[in-house]
Write a protein that binds this ligand. Structure first.
Ligand code: ADP
Length: 319
């Protein structure tokens, strides 16, 4: 409601300034014509016809001068309004997303904590068979992993935003790094999915291991979050022309490639039922995009044959 009022005031102001300007231009043209016509009349009365003609020509010249300068001014004014309007809209959208983010993060922090507490209380109060104990402990570990991932994302975003984030790139065996990074998530958050690895061996590339792990876990976590349980998640690594490409495919609802630009904005969450049902802060893909950009890599998404999404991260293998 408040946002609407700001826009209405802005539009009214824009219309008022434009009309005022048009009115002043009209008055100026009118006055110019009146003065010159009068001057020409007097000259003609005195029999100075060449002077009268010159005065009328001058009136004409002034008319076109006002029109020319007026048009340039109007174009600049329109451009200025357009820019301010866009900046306004962006600010408002960001403010709205930040508000959603704050609500989401409070919820996101509380939910796993309450679950962990509940699991610990169950372990403390009830005499459970060892396999049951293991199961409950497994649930608690999964929730703490999720909490950890969330806090890491918030910290990383803060570091990226404040400009304190620097990559430390070292040559890494990508296949090994992918396996090491996703081994544990595949057993915890990916427990209900079938994760397949198809990793080409011996591919080395200069990457920051921590940042690379963040890219992978965020993409993998999204696949486990948005694709149905028991579906297949494929993690592949291949190389071509001194580039290494990592693919993470799922059998979820899929994503329109044209959506990627919006979806990699900070705090942005798609306005879809599947998304609303899942917990999230809208930071995951923003972080992935930022980190891939800092590696001077490329990041894109395609819809796969299963109707799900395949996210691609392509990095240079050259030092
Ligand atoms: P979050 O998952 O916390 O909402 P992300 O930045 O990770 O934030 O993702 C942004 C949005 O992109 C999600 O809200 C979701 O709608 C969409 N999305 C991300 N990954 C997938 C995926 N694998 N399949 C379908 N949609 C996805």
């Amino acid at each position: 409601m408040k946002d609407k009022r700001v826009f209405i005031i802005f539009y009214l102001l824009a219309v008022y300034v434009t009309l005022q300007f048009a009115w002043w231009a009209y008055l100026l043209v009118d006055l110019n014509e009146e003065v010159h016509r009068e001057e020409a009349r007097i000259a003609r009365e005195k029999g100075e016809t060449t002077k009268a003609d010159r005065v009328l020509k001058e009136a004409d010249r002034r008319f076109w001068m006002v029109m020319g300068e007026g048009s340039v001014f109007l174009i600049l004014l329109g451009f200025g309004f357009y820019k301010v309007h866009n900046a306004f809209r962006k600010e408002l959208a960001l403010a709205r997303q930040e508000k959603n983010f704050l609500m989401a993060i409070t919820h996101e922090l509380k939910t796993p904590l309450s679950s962990v507490k509940l699991y610990l209380e169950t372990l403390q109060k009830r005499e459970l068979a060892p396999n049951e104990q293991k199961k409950v402990a497994g649930h608690a570990i999964r929730e703490t992993d999720r909490l950890n991932g969330l806090i890491e994302n918030v910290l990383l975003t803060t570091r990226i935003e404040s400009g304190h984030f620097r990559l430390e790139k070292h040559p890494q065996d990508l296949g090994r790094l992918i396996r090491e990074t996703l081994e544990r998530p595949a057993e915890t958050i990916g427990r209900q999915h079938h994760t397949e690895f198809d990793l080409a061996e011996g591919i080395e590339a200069p990457v920051d291991p921590g940042a690379f792990a963040s890219i992978l876990t965020n993409l993998y976590e999204n696949a486990t979050k948005y694709a149905p349980e028991q579906s297949r998640i494929r993690v592949a690594l291949r190389t071509e022309n001194s580039r290494a490409t990592i693919l993470i495919s799922d059998e979820g609802p899929g994503m329109d490639p044209a959506e990627l630009e919006r979806i990699t904005e900070r705090f942005y969450r798609a306005d879809r039922e599947e998304t609303r049902q899942k917990r999230g802060t809208g930071l995951g893909l923003y972080i992935v995009k930022e980190l891939v950009d800092r590696h001077k890599g490329e990041f894109w998404v395609e819809r796969n044959e299963a109707g799900g999404s395949t996210f691609y991260v392509s990095l240079s293998t050259e030092y």
